[in-house]
Design a protein around this ligand. Structure first.
Ligand SMILES: *Cc1c(COP(=O)(O)O)cnc(C)c1O
Length: 396
């Protein structure tokens, strides 16, 4: 299966439509992927239109294209277009969801060891403000969130299960569907940070059973920077109170009265980058065109290949955990700091990144890791590029 997932994918087309492939060996897809030509074209075309006829006038011309961003997102996640808000990052999407939950004193939040730093900072802020308890559900032996332990921790005070699907610092894929079953049985809100999983694997909110989901445009979806999405289950809209509103999210209907929009766009702001939003829509259509199943097949197969090659290199320690592992490959090199590895690879035209403890402090501390190298593969990467990375590491 591994070999066929690599062989059947039309990587030539993928690379031809990715101008950056001519310049760099890009293994920083978990940071920001190389944009494909159609994304670049639609984004630039709108900027040019703004310059030519005016920003408001360009927006009016692009009304249908903008609406199509919501239908594309709805197709990506298996939800309704009215359940989507488009914002400027995954963090902003996640924050709009999290800070809209009407917490009461004594509520408990259950989260995972792999939790993203920004999310955890928000837990700490609201925990102090509302007297909440934040509990980290331990991992099982494989390194994913322990579903039985999560089950044991459920009681009537649990208000939210908040899970990072794929962490920023390694290839772990947390069992989002199993967690969703527990959340639904317990009738507890379930917020999924799908920032790293979106664009590299299929995501269906009905199957996952989450109430809220956030993702970013620039990572595996290959969209422009400054774009993010929030999914909000429709039945939940009136239970949540957006932490801020403006005259797009709500209408000022009388001097002392406003009415919120009836859909998830109440979590958006009036002003945004139209060109980037259009580019995001193109990126989603582009990913759907390849098919998220085929993307996952190739990404997982390439990542497996990279892991087995790295395992053969003396002085390299793999740092991925979990029963299911995706396109993010984490490792350290004996006696060479991750920043040094990154720099030396960059000198050979190979992009990787460094992940440090404050991004995923609970996980890094529990595993005694301060920082690591992250090489994240996408479907447009090749086996030859993996060889180049490993050859370069040998000389590092
Ligand atoms: C990158 C990342 C985020 C933040 O995404 P932004 O678009 O930069 O806000 C959130 N969660 C995880 C797991 C991430 O890797």
């Amino acid at each position: 299966m591994t070999a066929s997932a690599i062989d059947t994918f039309d990587v030539e087309t993928a690379r031809r439509e990715t101008p950056g492939c001519d310049n760099v060996v890009h293994f920083n897809n978990a940071g920001a992927s190389l944009m494909p030509t159609p994304v670049l074209d639609s984004t630039i075309a709108h900027l040019k239109l703004e310059a030519r006829i005016g920003g408001y006038e360009a927006a009016a011309e692009a009304t249908e294209t903008i609406e199509a961003v919501y239908t594309a997102a709805a197709r990506l996640l298996g939800c309704a277009a009215g359940e989507i808000a488009v914002v400027d990052s995954a963090t902003r999407a996640w924050d709009m969801a999290f800070y809209s939950i009407p917490f009461r004193s004594g509520d408990r939040i259950l989260t995972s060891e792999a939790e993203y730093g920004s999310n955890f900072i928000a837990y700490l802020q609201l925990a102090a403000r509302h007297d909440l308890e934040v509990e980290v559900v331990p991992n099982d032996e494989s390194g994913q969130i322990s579903v039985p332990r999560l089950c044991d921790l459920i009681d009537e005070r649990v208000r939210l299960i908040s899970l990072t699907h794929v962490p920023t610092n390694c290839g772990l894929v947390n069992p989002a569907v199993e967690v969703g079953k527990i959340a639904r049985e317990a009738g507890v809100l379930y917020l999924l940070d799908a920032c790293q999983s979106a664009g590299q694997m299929p995501l269906d909110v009905a199957e996952i059973g989450c109430d809220l989901l956030s993702l970013t445009g620039r990572k595996y979806l290959r969209g422009p920077r400054g774009t993010g999405l929030l999914y909000v289950r429709h039945d939940l809209l009136d239970e949540l109170s957006p932490p801020m509103l403006d005259l797009h999210a709500a209408t000022w209907i009388a001097r002392d009265e406003y009415r919120m929009r009836p859909d998830a766009r109440r979590f958006e702001s009036w002003e945004y980058n139209y060109a980037a939003k259009i580019g995001l829509g193109t990126a989603i259509d582009y990913a759907l065109g390849w098919g998220l199943d085929s993307i996952r097949g190739r990404v997982y197969a390439l990542a497996d290949q990279l892991r087995s090659r790295l395992a053969e290199l003396p002085g390299v320690t793999l740092r991925d955990v979990g029963a299911e592992r995706c396109g993010i490959v984490a490792f350290t090199v004996d006696g060479v700091a991750p920043a040094e590895v990154k720099e030396r690879l960059a000198a050979r035209g190979i992009n990787v990144s460094v992940s440090r403890a404050p991004s995923t402090r609970v996980d890094m501390e529990n595993r005694g890791i301060d920082e690591l190298v992250r090489a994240s593969v996408h479907y447009y990467n090749t086996e030859q590029e993996i060889e180049s990375l490993c050859d370069a590491l040998v000389s590092v």
